[in-house]
Design a protein around this ligand. Structure first.
Ligand code: ADE
Length: 239
């Protein structure tokens, strides 16, 4: 059974090339995932096809209205009997990470709600109870790019999508460390050479070197992740 991903957006055209290309495209071709795009505008009921309105209390920008979002979510959910995990993309959400991607990759159905303008009427969140996700501490013009980030991180984890790389356990974040440096041909480029150990054919030495590199890089570049590692070790888990 493939994963069904519904994307609810005012800009379905933004998604078409992304969903057809590279890993997300290959995942669909292989039948591991089905993407379905729905435009909130198709559920607008007034003559102007409004989906947003001015905020009560004043302030700049426009707010996504309850009626169109509720109607779209309810109509899309009826298209398939499997229950969907509702995900709303917003800078106010919980920070998306690899653990969540791994978790969502086990689901049968995801419903991603991308909004534009200043945000959503709070009753959309209170009534539909989605998981609110942010992809980082910056404000995008809408949730579309964030939805693509989330989709990409999930579909590459579906069994059979990456082929030979499936389940690559030493990937950045899968165990709390960032990746080691990689090299490919040629051995020498503009006076820079590939570390000897990688050419040695000694697999144990290579594995040791890579782990050292991962630890050193994590400590240097991501002290937040490194502290979490230290804590794991202190708590008696292996790093
Ligand atoms: N919409 C606007 N900014 C966002 C962000 N950083 N993450 C998720 N959705 C967003």
């Amino acid at each position: 059974m493939s994963l069904r991903i519904d994307i609810l957006t005012l800009f379905p055209d933004m998604f078409a090339p992304f969903l057809a290309t590279s890993i997300p495209g290959r995942a669909a071709e292989k039948g591991k995932v089905d993407y379905h795009l729905t435009n909130f505008r198709d559920f607008a009921t007034d003559a102007h096809l409004s989906v947003d309105d001015k905020p009560f209390g004043g302030g700049p920008g426009m707010v996504m209205m309850c009626q169109t979002v509720f109607d779209t979510v309810e109509a899309v959910e009826k298209l398939d009997p499997r229950p969907a995990r509702r995900i709303l993309l917003t800078p106010q959400g919980r920070r998306f990470d690899q653990t969540m991607a791994e978790d969502f990759a086990k689901d049968e159905r995801l419903l991603l709600i991308a909004g534009r303008y200043e945000g959503f009427d709070q009753r959309i969140v209170d009534g539909l109870k989605p998981v609110e996700l942010s992809i980082g501490d910056y404000v995008l013009s809408g949730g579309e790019l964030a939805a693509m980030v989330v989709i990409d991180a999930i579909v590459r984890l579906l069994p059979g999508v990456l082929g030979a790389l499936d389940g690559a356990a030493d990937e950045t974040f899968s165990d709390g460390l960032i990746e080691h440096p990689q090299y490919t041909r040629p051995r020498e480029f503009r006076g820079m050479s590939v570390p000897d150990v990688l050419l040695s054919g000694n697999h144990a030495a290579i594995a040791k070197w890579r782990l050292e590199q991962r630890r050193a890089r994590t400590k240097d570049r991501r002290p937040d992740l490194w502290q979490a590692q230290d804590k794991k070790i202190a708590d008696g888990e292996s790093a």
